[in-house]
Design a protein around this ligand. Structure first.
Ligand code: ADP
Length: 362
């Protein structure tokens, strides 16, 4: 029997500084008895979530990430991945209320700063109690689960600098320890993971995905992450940055620094003349390269300090962002002379929410 399992619906929620990530377990093994006794609201919510992929103006379901045939607490079902801006929380709660959620769900598992910030709103608006979990515990549990479920969860980029023949290659992460996690959300956290339960947060930086998006909006007038990434894809950072060759006229051979290496991010923008020649696209690209290379550099120093050679990058900064992933892949490999490897994950920003759902009345 399923008597020990918490009652449906099962959600896991990670309310971050930028995005709220919601994972929903849709049971696929409902017996006739269970269906007969199921309350109508529960059925309606399941239908609403699974039949749509857009919710309100800003909610999206990442259908390409859906995980079928997963087993959780003895139940078989499908995991659905939904996100919306954390700034829309009030509208999300109103939507949840209009779907009858207030008469149904009593407890939702939540992690991330918003689990504290919005706790009172959940109680007042939809009569929900938040069962709170630590975000890094959740992240790790979610990562372990996803990697065990999905044989192609973890991958690396082969030939990251060659547009013609670069490709994603599956990486066998079944023997992962020790490894580094670099979680690039609004800000960045670096964790060193020694076993399934033994880890520590060793570093971080406030120059993260939020910084990229914030600076990009300021510099280009764009309004969304997708727009910022699109601009960056069309731009050239070498018209913005000062390269080694702009200073040396070529390579700095004595210390092995190639001429096309960025010596000074945005270093050309002190010149009025150069400023008059750059495009929004160039500025977006330079912002992306600046933030990404800085994170890569911190990741490498942490890996050296911890004597770890595998670095797993995750977080929604990497969403629809192959430029950043390839830059990280190249930089990790190049500066470590091939000793370190940058790894990536398909469910990039959802591990906290997955881990949260798994811990529900564990
Ligand atoms: P957090 O938990 O801090 O919200 P995430 O892992 O969700 O962190 O990543 C947030 C970052 O992801 C943003 O700062 C931005 O760089 C990037 N991002 C990707 N997609 C979006 C989006 N649709 N809206 C806003 N930011 C996005």
């Amino acid at each position: 029997g399923f008597t020990d399992a918490p009652s449906m619906p099962w959600f896991g929620m990670d309310i971050g500084g930028s995005l709220c990530k919601l994972v929903y377990f849709e049971p696929k093994d409902i017996t006739k008895d269970e269906a007969d006794s199921e309350v109508e609201t529960l059925r309606n919510i399941r239908r609403y979530l699974t039949k749509n992929s857009a919710y309100g103006k800003t909610g999206h379901r990442d259908t390409h990430l859906q995980m079928d045939d997963v087993y959780i607490r003895g139940r078989r079902g499908t995991l659905h991945f939904i996100r919306f801006p954390s700034s829309e929380m009030v509208n999300f709660l109103a939507l949840a209320k209009s779907k009858g959620m207030a008469n149904l769900v009593t407890t939702v598992c939540a992690t991330g700063g918003g689990a504290f910030k919005f706790e009172e709103d959940f109680r007042r608006e939809v009569n929900m109690k938040l069962e709170k979990f630590d975000e890094f515990d959740s992240l790790l549990k979610g990562l372990q689960f996803a990697d065990a479920q999905n044989p192609s969860e973890c991958y690396y980029w082969a030939n990251p600098t060659d547009d013609a023949c670069c490709s994603k290659v599956k990486y066998d992460f079944s023997n992962p320890y020790p490894f580094l996690i670099v979680n690039i959300g609004s800000g960045v956290s670096v964790l060193a993971v020694y076993s399934a339960t033994d880890y520590k947060r060793i570093s971080g930086t406030s120059l993260g995905g939020g910084t990229f998006l914030g600076l990009c909006c300021l510099l280009t007038g764009c309004n969304t992450f997708e727009e910022a990434i699109q601009l960056a894809a069309e731009g050239d950072n070498t018209r913005v940055d000062k390269l080694v060759r702009d200073i040396y006229g070529g390579d700095y051979e004595r210390f092995g620094l190639p001429g096309d290496l960025v010596a000074s991010s945005f270093g050309q923008m002190n010149s009025r003349e150069k400023r008059s020649k750059v495009s929004r696209q160039d500025l977006a690209r330079a912002t992306l390269v600046t933030i990404t290379n800085n994170i890569g550099s911190i990741a490498r120093m942490c890996a050296i300090q911890e004597k770890i050679d595998r670095v797993v990058f995750m977080g929604n900064f990497l969403r629809v962002n192959p430029i950043a992933m390839k830059l990280l892949a190249y930089a990790m490999n190049y500066w470590s002379k091939g000793t370190m490897k940058a790894l990536f994950l398909e469910h990039e920003g959802y591990f906290g929410a997955i881990g949260c759902l798994l811990q529900f009345h564990e």
